[in-house]
Design a binder for this molecule. Sequence first.
Ligand code: FBP
Length: 551
Amino acid sequence: MKEISPLQKKRLEYKPSLPKILEENISNLEIEKKAKTSSIADETELKEKFPNTFGAPIVNFKKSSKKETKPLKVGVVFSGGQAPGGHNVISGLFDALKKLNSKSELFGYLNGPSGVVDCKYLDLTKELVDSFRNLGGFDLIGSGRTKIETDEQLEKSLTCAKDLNLDGIVIIGGDDSNTNAAILAEYFKKNNISTKVIGVPKTIDGDLKSDEVEMSFGFDTACRVYSELIGNIAKDALSAKKYYHFIRLMGRSASHIALECALKTHPNIVLIAEEVLQKKKTLKTVTNKIADIIEKRSENNKNYGTILVPEGLIEFIPEFKVLITELNKLLATNEKTEIELNKLKSGDDKIKYIKQILSKESNASFEHLPKAIQEQLLLDRDPHGNVKVSQIETEKLLIETVKKELKNRGFKGKFNALSHFFGYEGRSGMPTNFDANYCYSLGFVAALLINEGLTGYMSCIGNLKEAPKNWTPKGVPITSLMHLETRHAKKKPVIKKALVEADSKSFKFLKENREKWALEDLYIYPGSIQYFGDKEITDSIPISLKLNNFK
Ligand code: FBP
């Protein structure tokens, strides 16, 4: 047997808490339909695109008389970036299916949605599932970023589901993957196959949420891993008093992670990309603001500090937004520019080539960037045609611009900066109790939704601010979270990303406190995730979840 750490061993034994209604016999549960849903916008077009699944009601669960449940066959897939707790969705799904009928079977599609298309799967036995309970990562079956969208991919997915005689497929993914789940559900229904498709809200980025979807899983653990490190760095800065630490945090678009980590650690500066866009702050304005704070701190002999930078920032700075949109268009897969660019070997040649075809406005922004950032902006796009912000070292760009600005100002203090990027470190951590319980419950709900014959739904849990026993399991139609967006110059139905809102309580709290945090050293040191001991530290929930309101 593979060697595992003592903590892993202990975590395998952890029994996740469930909402009260899921604790006992789940065969006697039935759904309670709430009001029919619409979409967040573009209702007419979405109705046309999803004629068989649009407008379904939100469903809750209630006890009824005992029912016989037939054995279910279900396939499960991880889609997109890792998020702590994924294995617990699988173990919850497995346990619930077996509770409904001990002859039920669970298959794991291998390496993401490509496994669904190419029919590559693994029989998930009790022994296998048991060896991954409460552990991080997605390595039980792997993940991938393939999108299921072409007719051929849809057809192949359908053939596989038919061959396996599946009652359901559970897609564990972010906004785009859940959009895919809705598309697959509609396609299956249109083609009269009985396989149901259920989504599960996963992403450390925390941007898959709405009034009904309170939080995506993985966010809590990732933020706690990053916050432990930020706290440690703040302590080091305070001890040595010689460095400014520019810390970039993952979060492809939204700044939820940066905000949550700031609430947990009280850094001297945290940039919120959404605010930068809303206030149309240029790189110069952002740089000036940081330089102002550094100057003021220096007057008090403080030549050190912590600065949090969301990785999505670059796309929210107006001049770069224009540049990146133009580059995304030029470098979209199979576009002439992409092909030409890939023929060129050296970074210099690529930069020279792109400068010739960029618009005047974009060239002006591109030209002022350091060469390393220029090269990073020209790297391959992700499957959605977007620049991979995780590979752009925005924190280093800011260090450069701040250094220049301070020099121009004739700054007399010291400015020594170090850069950090916290991303992959947090995505596969051992889930917190919150994520372990939440994911296990989401797995249960997915099984129940399939058992009820529902399709195109997202497995959800409400009342997350409360203790798990008071959580409320529900199913939310995925189309109710959708609108139309322009992708590759075409209007496409997608789930709307939830960005940090200017009037959210969590952001307001930051605004009320950040001036104090900038000048005084009010750092908080969250320490490492705790799994044993006082409930206050083992079962805490994200601060932004605590502060914000839901229906
Ligand atoms: P998901 O949206 O799939 O959950 O992934 C989010 C994320 O972790 C981002 O924070 C990050 O920018 C991106 O994945 C990195 O992607 P990759 O794993 O492909 O490098």
